[in-house]
Design a protein. Structure first.
Length: 245
């Protein structure tokens, strides 16, 4: 069995997910990197980490909206590493759902990625996490508390993930701690963000700047590894922006 703690990060091949993976690896964890379509990025990240510490990273593909994927993913990870100490529900879907144009497919897609998959992954991981007295960290959003205009379904799905964090913290105690991180302005969506909108967002952030993916990664690391008396909490990593929403 692995001697190092093992953490599964969903959506771990790119962007904030990759920053979380690198930070946890640098902190001594072995990492299971889940991806859906980013195979090249996942392979490159795994090779980078294994070059630094052999056999410390592995990649796992899966569409989290498929009913069979959560159980399959957890089983495959535990087979590979022999244990599971942490689960980071980072994978997400984000796009606008204007009133009048939103379909049931949009609803199902956004809730599947942001709420349903985290629940069933946590459920599948519970036996291994109980054995390890491990931890779950969900990546939520400040818009789970104050909705983003034009994004009603996304905001509701992240609110569901907020509630899941609290519910699992009760249901899995005392063996497994469950917390969440709510990032603010860290990376703009890949579809782009008008410069004026970005400037306006930063102007509403008391610290006056964007955050870095490593800011989120360090909050995740602390909750997983050092926050031994913390459960059911949402840590805002938003430069104070929630104060002005």
């Amino acid at each position: 069995m692995n001697k190092q703690p093992v953490v599964l990060v969903t959506g771990g091949a790119r962007r904030v997910g990759a920053a979380i993976v690198r930070h946890l690896h640098a902190s001594g964890c072995d990492v299971a990197i889940h991806y859906r379509q980013s195979a090249d990025e996942a392979k490159a990240l795994s090779q980078e980490l294994n070059a630094a510490r052999p056999e410390s990273a592995a990649i796992f593909a899966g569409a989290l909206e498929d009913d069979a994927t959560p159980d399959m993913l957890i089983a495959t990870v535990t087979d590979r590493f022999g244990r599971l100490d942490g689960l980071v529900n980072n994978a997400s879907a984000f796009y606008p759902t204007p009133i009048g144009d939103t379909t049931a497919a949009h609803w199902n897609d956004l809730f599947a990625a942001n709420a349903r998959a985290p629940f069933f992954l946590a459920q599948a991981a519970t036996p291994a996490l109980r054995k390890a007295r491990g931890s779950i960290v969900n990546i939520v959003d400040i818009y789970a508390e104050r909705p983003l205009a034009g994004h009603a379904v996304y905001s509701m799905a992240k609110a569901a993930l907020n509630m899941l964090t609290q519910a699992l913290a009760k249901d899995l105690a005392p063996d497994v701690r469950v917390n969440a991180v709510a990032p603010g302005a860290i990376l703009w969506p890949e579809s782009g963000k008008p410069e004026e909108a970005a400037d306006a967002l930063i102007a509403k952030t008391p610290l006056g700047r964007k955050g870095e993916p490593t800011d989120v990664a360090e909050a995740v690391r602390w909750l997983l590894m050092d926050a031994h008396y913390t459960t059911g909490q949402v840590i805002r990593v938003d430069g104070g922006r929630a104060l002005n929403i």
